[in-house]
Design a protein around this ligand. Structure first.
Ligand code: FE
Length: 198
């Protein structure tokens, strides 16, 4: 049997095996998956980012004391003991990694994608971030400084991407929908305003 590369397919394959063998109740698994997808996952981080985009006071607090500002929105706990928030600007683009293992800000991003845990990403993003970003489809202007933040179990990071143009007056809820998981890791950008208008 081949192992699917993306986490979602892996989980489905694992679930199938466990259920077939009678080890677990599918309803219990669904409840856990639901919690990670909707409550613990990147949607939390997206709400934090959208709030920062709309509220300058919150943004300032978030950058000064990420852990407290994030806890204010109800996101805290294991893997989020200390979260430092870094903000992308036209001058600086931030990327997060854990060179040692796979430390990740769980309360705001959920579980890390498999590529985040891969030795290739962990080693290459530090020495040649621009090439790695390019492979993710992020091509930055030559004069933008790229900062790579190495997470540990003590301090984990969240990136606030730049607010997409054309979103003046949007509600936090609508803005949050533009915020992708990768944009909060630094390996992606938020979705543009046009694409979300279905
Ligand atoms: Fe780690």
């Amino acid at each position: 049997m081949t192992v699917p590369s993306d986490p979602e397919s892996r989980v489905k394959a694992l679930e199938q095996v466990l259920v077939e063998k009678g080890y677990v109740d599918p309803a219990a698994l669904d409840a856990i998956a639901e919690a990670y997808e909707h409550n613990v996952g990147p949607r939390n981080g997206a709400r934090v980012v959208a709030r920062a985009w709309c509220d300058p006071g919150y943004r300032k607090w978030l950058l000064e004391d990420g852990t407290a500002a994030i806890a204010e929105l109800g996101y805290s706990g294991r893997g989020g003991e200390t979260i430092r928030v870094v903000e992308n600007t036209p001058q600086v683009h931030n990327v997060i990694v854990c060179t040692l293992c796979s430390c990740y800000p769980w309360p705001v991003l959920g579980l890390p994608p498999s590529w985040y845990k891969s030795p290739a990403y962990r080693s290459r993003v530090v020495v040649d971030p621009r090439s790695v970003l390019s492979e993710f489809g992020v091509d930055l202007p030559a004069d933008t400084e790229v900062r790579v933040w190495d997470s540990t179990s003590e301090i984990r990071y969240l990136v606030v991407p730049m607010r997409p143009p054309g979103t003046d007056g949007w509600s936090e809820e609508d803005l949050a929908r533009l915020v992708t998981r990768n944009s909060m890791i630094g390996t992606g950008l938020p979705n543009p305003a046009e694409e979300s208008m279905r």
